[in-house]
Each structure stands twice: as C-alpha cells, then as structure tokens.
Ligand binder design. Structure first.
Ligand code: GLA
Length: 384
C-alpha cells in the first residue's frame, strides 16, 4: 500500500504535475507559497467535473472554481490577525449554476451593458444575446461566468497562481471572431492578488473582461457594507438612462453623491435621492478614472472596513471602475456561510472599459483586431 502511494506520487512528480487531485470532501489546505491543490467541487448537469483550486500566499487564502473562474472564497486577516472570507459566494455548485448574480466570476466577452445588445463595427451590425431587459449584460445569456475554464497551476519564484483558459467561438452570444482568453490569478508573497487578462481574436471584435467579486471586508454574510469607507480617484462618472445604459455624458462628481475623491462611508449619501441613484437603486455606475488608460496598474480605489481594520487597495491600467453597491441582493440568496444576503451586504469594484463603449465614439475604444493582443491587469492589495 505504502509503496503504491509512493510510486503514484513519484510518477506524478516525474510527469511534472504541479498539483494534487483530491476526491470530493477531502480537506487539504494549500500550503502558503506552495503548489495550488484541487479537489472535485461538483458536476454540471451534463456530468462535466468542476474543480475547486486552493492556493495561499502572504496571509491570503484563495479558492477558485474552474466554473466561471469564480473566486469562491478569499480570506485575509483583520487587525488582530484573524482571517475571514471577504467575498460573497455559495457553498455549492448548484447555486452558482441556478441563481448566481455573477458572484466572484470572470466576466466576458463584455463587462456590463451594451444597449439593446447592438453595435456596428467596420460597417457590419451585430446583434448580441439580450439578457437584461432589452440590453446585453456581462456577455449575454451564457457569458464567460457560465463556462468551465481549463486551469493550470503554477509557482514562479515566490508567486503562486493559476492560469485559466477559455476559447469563445466565432459568433458565440452574437460576438464576431473566435476569442482566445487567458486569465492569470497570482498571489504574491505579500498576499496581493493580481489578475492579468489576455485575449486574441481572428476577426475584429469588441472585448472588455473583468472580475465580478463582491466584497465585504467585515466578512461574507456579516451584514451591510454601508459603513465601509470608499475612495475613488475619479472626477467624473458616466450617468445612465433608466436601463443603466450610459447616456454618453461624462458628468462631474463634484457636489453630488458620486464624489468619492475623499474617503467616505458608502452609506453617507446613498439615500440622497439623486435621480441617478433612484433609477439604479443605489450606486451602479462607471467612474471615469482620472488617470485614464495607463501602461501599468495605478492605484485608483481604496475600500476600508473600520470595524475589522481590513483594507483593499485596487490598482489597474483600465480607464473605468464600476462601483455596484449590491442593490439587487434581496434576501433570497443564502451565502457560503449559511446567511442570506440582503441589499447592500456586499459591493463590487469592477475595473474595466466603460459600459456600452461600442456605441459611444467619445469613450475609449474596446475594439480588438487580429494580430493585436488585449492585455490588462488589476492588482488587489490587502492591509489592516
Ligand atoms: C453589475 C451591473 C449591475 C448588476 C450586477 C449583477 O455590477 O452593473 O447592474 O447587473 O452586475 O447583479
């Protein structure tokens, strides 16, 4: 028996396998800085296996599903060194498939909305899958959040991470071009979580990938995020119509509830009754970051929970940040720890290009052409 096990392990090492596969229910913690480990998380209706990968480094513990590249759990310490899971999610695969509002998922091909699911590129009109009233949201009815990705673990120096691959065929959800996407999640030795996105196409298309993690720095299921303090380095945001499609205007935040240039508790102005908040049921807008598009990630936002002391700093090369205050959470979903999520129990900070860019010539372009490589990066740094 013992000999057999050794042989198997030696064989796996010889084959250069960077990971251990465990059966369902087998608990094995990822060793900080060590190789990511995976176990079976569940099966889709057609029998496809979904794995959950665990990795840890520098005090951060991350659990990622091959389904949707979903960050199911992300644990970081508070000011007393106590870890908590600070992202909303579900305990089991079935809930992710049946009713997830994009908890923790990778979003593609296009983060946020495209008006009426229509755009024209190089003189050709495209009709996308419409899944949010008359609009297309987060890539359409079956976006990147609802596909199983190929996952490859790695260690590199003191970094630990996962590379996730998904190829979306020409015409999927109405988008032109076969889009090959690669997303890399890296935990560095300080516990920072970095996301690098890459994509190529064989026909001109539009692309806007992002991550839809829902944060609650006091701990998932612990109540409202209205006391979290938020800073966003943006003097302008993109107001929307009633369907949450940008009007095309870049409005000043000064003197409005949208001003987060200095740290402010999210709840302070959330009931101010500004027409933009009334139609969105809170904050659900794109902030046009003052720094614009940058060659590398630059700091753009900080979130702080005064109770636990936990902080999250976000740096990105992208021009926009969608701040969504969890407005559609309505007490019907039961989260990872067994508690229900009510409105405002978690929030999203999605680094991205502006929503509906393909229909606004004054917004930075989201067009990707054959021969080009789409590349963007976002870094999440945790502290207390
Ligand atoms: C984004 C959108 C919101 C909502 C959530 C998911 O943040 O902007 O309007 O669709 O995703 O519920």
């Amino acid at each position: 028996m013992e000999l057999n096990r050794r042989t198997v392990i030696a064989g796996a090492a010889a084959a250069g396998l960077a990971a251990t596969t465990l059966g369902p229910g087998t608990a094995q913690a990822a060793v900080p800085g060590g190789k990511p480990v995976k176990h079976l998380f569940g099966r889709l209706a057609d029998g496809t296996k979904v794995y959950r990968w665990s990795l840890a480094n520098g005090g951060t513990r991350l659990k990622v599903l091959s389904y949707g590249g979903i960050v199911q759990s992300l644990e970081v310490p508070d000011r007393h060194g106590r870890h908590a899971n600070v992202v909303a999610g579900f305990a089991g695969l079935d809930d992710y498939v049946a009713s997830s509002p994009y908890f923790g998922a990778l979003i593609g091909r296009y983060g946020n909305r495209i008006g009426k699911g229509r755009f024209t590129l190089d003189g050709t009109a495209y009709q996308l899958s419409v899944n949010d009233g008359e609009n297309s949201l987060h890539g359409g009815a079956k976006g990147f959040d609802k596909h199983v990705w190929d996952v490859e673990p790695f260690t590199r120096g003191s970094d630990v991470g996962l590379r996730l691959y998904y190829t979306s065929v020409d015409g999927e959800m109405g988008y032109p071009g076969t889009l090959r996407s690669k997303v890399t999640y890296t935990l560095d030795r300080h516990g920072a979580w970095r996301i690098d996105y890459e994509a190529t196409t064989n026909r001109a298309t539009v692309v806007n990938l992002t991550s839809h993690v829902y944060w609650n720095l006091a701990g998932e299921g612990s109540g409202t995020i209205e006391d979290h303090e938020l800073t966003i380095a943006a003097s302008r945001y993109t107001p929307t119509d009633a369907g949450l499609i940008p009007t095309g205007e870049l409005a000043r935040v000064g003197g409005t509830p949208f001003d987060f240039r200095r740290a402010k508790p999210i709840g302070r102005d959330i009931r101010a009754g500004h027409v933009q908040q009334v139609q969105a049921k809170g904050y659900d807008h794109n902030w046009a970051l003052d720094k614009g598009i940058t060659a590398g990630p630059k700091h753009v936002a900080t979130l702080r929970d005064p109770r636990s002391g936990r902080t999250l700093a976000i740096a990105t090369d992208q021009p926009g940040l969608q701040f969504y205050s969890g407005n559609f959470l309505d007490g019907t979903l039961t989260g990872t720890g067994g508690r229900t999520y009510r409105q405002g129990d978690a929030l999203c900070l999605e680094t991205q290009h502006f929503p509906d860019s393909p229909n606004h010539a004054n917004f930075p372009s989201t067009v990707l052409r054959p021969g080009q490589t789409y590349r963007t990066s976002t870094v999440h740094t945790f502290g207390t």
